[in-house]
Ligand binder design. Structure first.
Ligand code: AMP
Length: 503
């Protein structure tokens, strides 16, 4: 096993120095470029920041982001990607939790970075690129690094309104890459089309498969995903053979009838993860590109992208549910019932994960970590940490695990994980609002906010538009004179959901 992902990069760069690793529409980098430029950035960081500290990479999504990610790793630090479109309130919450040592930015975020107060060191990444490689410093750092060191922290939506920073080590990523590359024969002929933003775990395979295999990743402009015909043409032009996307992006291709314009014959493997993939949409993909292998993967950010997989080899009816399948190598899945006992086959239990894939917990948040990562109640003999996902599932008669929804109010919308509580916290923070509750309509992915207060719905929408990422914006606001309450004196969410999302 490699000790860090850098060892992986160095071996691959030696084998394929002139091969393209990451390319967007403006720029492309070979493995040699990636190696040398990230060593420059690493030397720059190492001069100013000691190892094991967070380096925020606050940039527009471009191929050069990857140089900073690897630069942070060369400095023995870990990277935290923040998107240029993220609202400043969310960024401030993330920075509060993180207390980062350094922010690397680009032209797109230069002005916004200047508005960030505090003593954080801020540099344009091009400044870092002008640094000479300091081999001595990088070797010293490497001597002290271990595979349990953090590689990155990704922030997911937190139910208290404070985003949670999921910590992931080099070892977790290396282990997952070993498995996925072996299981799907990924190699130097693999060509990927990145869809997910880099602050989202769905981009992790796109970043690390090339480092291990010599594969190439193309990063199309974000706007292409709103015009799926363009993305299919992009795939065809670049001879892309492997897609690792969220189901929403695959569904969008179908909904926009993009296959009527272009059917890229190059596609051989389609992996999706992150939310339920409707069989109706999958069947359209299978009709147009029948020779590709389709794989349903399951996993939260806390499990380094995926911990279960299901290769789709039989026919599924449009209204069937795709199995989540079985555990990936070095991951174990147990389903726990309400009494923390193993759920019998056919009985719904909470999906709990253990194994090398697991995060070390939430950054700077002991309480949240111990609420989700705990001793396996089935094992009373030695320390074995499981992550309780809050997802429900059961085992069918073939031993396959079938997804049965969320335990709490976390939802998935357009591929993004959202906790409705986070939206409520933003709305409730407004003086004009007394009470608020958000519900989700799974049929059309609408978020409906029911609230009481002294503000009409249009004015409320205007007030929060700058406080939430677009994918978290409610579709509808309903003003009530009083909030429905249940017998316990709590907001009656079930009643609100029934009233505003059904029929
Ligand atoms: P994230 O941490 O953003 O990757 O979101 C993780 C959550 O996405 C999981 O806890 C599930 O609720 C959901 N999820 C992931 N994969 C699948 C899948 N294959 N089918 C249904 N839901 C999924």
């Amino acid at each position: 096993m490699y000790s860090t992902v850098l060892q992986c990069l160095e071996q691959t760069a030696l084998k394929y120095p002139d091969k393209t690793v990451f390319a967007d529409v403006k720029e492309s980098f070979t493995f040699h470029d990636l190696l040398k430029l990230s060593q420059k950035i690493g030397s720059f960081i190492a001069d100013l920041v000691s190892p094991q500290n967070p380096i925020v990479v606050y940039m527009d999504k471009r191929a050069y982001n990857l140089l900073s990610f690897m630069g942070a790793a060369y400095a023995g630090c870990f990277y935290v990607p923040i998107d240029s479109q993220m609202p400043s309130e969310r960024i401030n919450l993330i920075l509060d939790t993180l207390q980062p040592s350094m922010i690397l930015y680009d032209d797109a975020t230069a002005d916004k970075v200047n508005n960030i107060s505090s003593s954080i060191i801020k540099f344009h990444y091009e400044t870092a690129l002008k640094t000479e490689i300091n081999d001595d410093a990088l070797s010293r750092i490497r001597l002290n690094s271990k595979n349990t060191d953090l590689l990155y922290v990704l922030f997911t939506s937190g139910s208290t309104g404070i985003p949670k920073g999921v910590t992931i080590s080099h070892a977790a990523v290396i282990d997952f890459m070993d498995w996925i590359c072996d299981a799907y024969s990924l190699d130097d002929t693999t060509i990927l089309c990145n869809q997910a933003p880099f602050y989202f775990d769905a981009s992790v395979p796109d970043i690390y498969i090339p480092l291990k295999t010599g594969a190439t990743v193309f990063i199309p402009p974000k706007s292409y995903y709103t015009f799926p015909k363009k993305i299919l043409q992009f795939i065809e032009t670049h001879n892309i053979n492997t897609l690792i996307w969220v189901p929403s992006a695959l569904c969008n291709v179908v909904n926009c009838k993009a296959f009527e314009v272009c059917v890229p014959a190059s596609i051989k493997l389609v992996i999706f993860c992150g939310e339920v993939m409707p069989c109706k949409h999958l069947n359209v993909w299978r009709t147009y590109i029948p020779s590709a292998l389709y794989v349903n993967m399951y996993g939260p950010t806390e499990a380094t992208y995926a911990c279960m997989y299901y290769n789709i080899e039989r026919v599924f009816a449009d209204d069937d549910k795709l199995p989540l399948g079985k555990a990936c190598e070095n991951s174990e899945i147990i389903l726990l019932d309400d009494d923390d006992k193993l759920a019998e086959p056919g009985i719904i239990g909470e999906i709990c994960i253990s194994g090398q894939c697991l995060s070390q917990g939430y950054y700077n948040s002991k309480e949240k970590t111990s609420a989700a990562f705990m001793q396996n109640p089935i094992n009373t003999k030695w320390r074995e940490i499981i992550y309780r996902t809050g997802d429900l599932a059961y085992q069918n008669e073939h031993g396959e695990i079938i997804f049965a929804g969320r335990k709490d109010f976390q939802i998935k919308r357009l591929g993004h994980r959202i906790e409705l509580g986070e939206i409520e916290t933003v709305i409730l923070s407004l003086n004009e609002v007394e009470n608020a509750c958000c519900v989700f309509n799974e049929d059309n992915s609408d978020i409906i906010t029911v609230y009481t207060g002294k503000i009409d719905s249009n004015a409320l929408a205007d007030l929060i538009v700058d406080k939430l990422p677009q994918y978290m914006m409610p579709n509808k606001f309903v003003k009530l004179t009083s909030m429905p309450m249940n017998l316990n004196g709590k907001i009656d969410r079930a009643k609100i959901k029934k009233e505003y999302t059904e029929g």
